[in-house]
Each structure stands twice: as structure tokens, then as C-alpha cells.
Design a protein around this ligand. Structure first.
Ligand code: PGA
Length: 246
């Protein structure tokens, strides 16, 4: 894993936006895997700025988001689709036909997961997957458990995860859907390159374990050790417990 440490979340966000811009410059039709949450906000802000300045052209870029809540449709203010529209999609020249999302309102959620895997494969696969990480080592909605589903699948959300996402649902955890859809760790590991971002000392322990600990379903991020092109973009807080950098 390549590890880069930045002074603060803004520096880190700029660096990740540059990484994405270089990918798109090299391959204007790049397939990007995108993530939601607080951590990517600085990156998306910088991408909006770069697009407004004419530095990045998204017209041929293809996107796939990692995960989505089940039981709500794309227009719900708590949906990850809505987050992406507000933070990036509405401000750049992505072609709506090239934006891919899991449909949490699908009547057959299992079939929706299969459709998504096939849609990713039909583009030739994800070139660059952006990831955040939970303080418990979760990736997307792949939570620590005895087993993990490799491919895109339905997930029963942990109470902690529902609390963590309450802000999207009027601050009320009971309003957060109980189920979600998520790419699996196998889907993620098939991406040609992975960029994982983490900020804050709250993430430091799981970053140390993800980099230097055993590979375990109890820490889904540890599976990234199996991938040969993973870059970790950390701020000082998130890097503060690293014992070795490899
Ligand atoms: P955060 O969430 O970016 O809001 O910390 C990351 C995650 O839980 O995957």
C-alpha cells in the first residue's frame, strides 16, 4: 500500500482530486467508483472548482457509486444519489447516461445487485475506486462480520451505522433505512486501482489494523492488503497510529 500523509483534510481533498484529474486526463472515458460520507467532501469541492476552471472534463467519464440505502428512491433527500447530485453531479458535465447507481427502490433487490455487477463488467471494470472507511473498518456497507459477501449484495445495517447516517434523515436514526445495497469487497478488489481516504484520529486504529493487521472479515478494509494498487491518503490524525508503512 502506498501511504501519503497530509497536513489537513483540505490538502488531502486537493491531492485526491488531482489524482482523479490525472486519471481522467490519461483516459477521458475512465470508469470511476465513487463514495459518499464526510471524508470525500473536500475532494468533490475541489473537483467542482477544477471543472469550473476548465481543468477537468467529465463528459466521457463513467461513474459507479459504492452503495445506496434500500427502500427509498433516488429523489429522497437521504439517498446517496441525492448527496452525489448536490456535491458533484449537478455541478460538472457528467453525462447522466454514464452515471450508475444502485436503485434502492427496485422491487427485486437481489436482481438489482446482479444488474449492477453486470453493468460494471460491461464497461470493462472500474479504473479507480474511491473509498472512505468507517471507524470499525467498514468499506461501503461491508460491515465487520463472520463472513462477507464478495459481490454486490443486500445488507442489514448495524445500529451504529444507522446512527452514523442519521444526519441524512433529519437526525433521527429510526428514520434511517434498515437495509442497504453495497458493492462487495470482491467487487472493490476487482478495480484496477483503489484510493482510500481517511481523516481524524478516530480512524487511526482501524487504519493501522487495515495496513499492518491480519486479513479478517472483522475488518473489511484489511482485504485491501490483497490488492496491488492501493493508495492511502491520510491526514496526520488518521496516520497517527501507523507502526509500519508498506
Ligand atoms: P465518513 O464515513 O467519511 O463520513 O467518515 C466513511 C464511512 O463510513 O465509510
Amino acid at each position: 500500500m502506498k501511504i501519503r500523509v497530509f497536513e489537513d483534510a483540505e490538502d488531502l481533498g486537493r491531492a485526491v482530486a488531482n489524482r482523479i484529474a490525472n486519471q481522467v486526463k490519461k483516459n477521458p472515458g475512465a470508469v470511476l467508483g465513487l463514495a459518499t460520507g464526510g471524508t470525500p467532501l473536500a475532494t468533490y469541492a475541489e473537483l467542482r472548482r477544477m471543472h469550473a476552471a476548465g481543468v477537468i472534463d467529465f463528459s466521457l467519464v463513467i461513474t459507479f457509486n459504492l452503495d445506496e440505502f434500500a427502500g427509498i428512491d433516488a429523489s429522497h433527500p437521504g439517498s446517496f444519489r441525492r448527496y452525489m447530485e448536490l456535491k458533484l453531479f449537478d455541478s460538472v458535465n457528467l453525462d447522466p447516461r454514464r452515471i450508475h447507481f444502485l436503485n434502492g427502490a427496485a422491487t427485486d433487490l437481489d436482481a438489482e445487485c446482479v444488474r449492477y455487477e453486470e453493468a460494471i463488467a460491461s464497461t470493462g471494470g472500474i479504473d479507480l475506486q474511491l473509498l472512505g472507511i468507517g471507524a470499525n473498518g467498514h468499506i461501503g456497507f461491508n460491515e465487520p462480520d463472520d463472513t462477507l459477501a464478495a459481490r454486490t449484495h443486500r445488507v442489514r445495517l448495524h445500529d451504529q451505522t444507522r446512527r452514523d447516517n442519521a444526519a441524512l434523515f433529519g437526525g433521527n436514526p429510526s428514520q434511517v433505512p434498515r437495509e442497504a445495497l453495497s458493492m462487495g469487497m470482491g467487487t472493490i478488489l476487482k478495480s484496477r486501482a483503489v484510493v482510500l481516504m481517511a481523516t481524524g484520529a478516530r480512524k487511526a486504529r482501524c487504519i493501522e489494523l487495515a495496513v499492518n493487521g491480519p486479513i479478517t472479515t472483522r475488518l473489511p478494509a484489511s482485504f485491501l492488503q490483497l490488492h496491488r494498487d492501493v493508495e492511502l491518503y491520510l491526514d496526520r490524525g488518521a496516520a497517527s497510529q501507523l507502526t509500519r508503512r508498506r
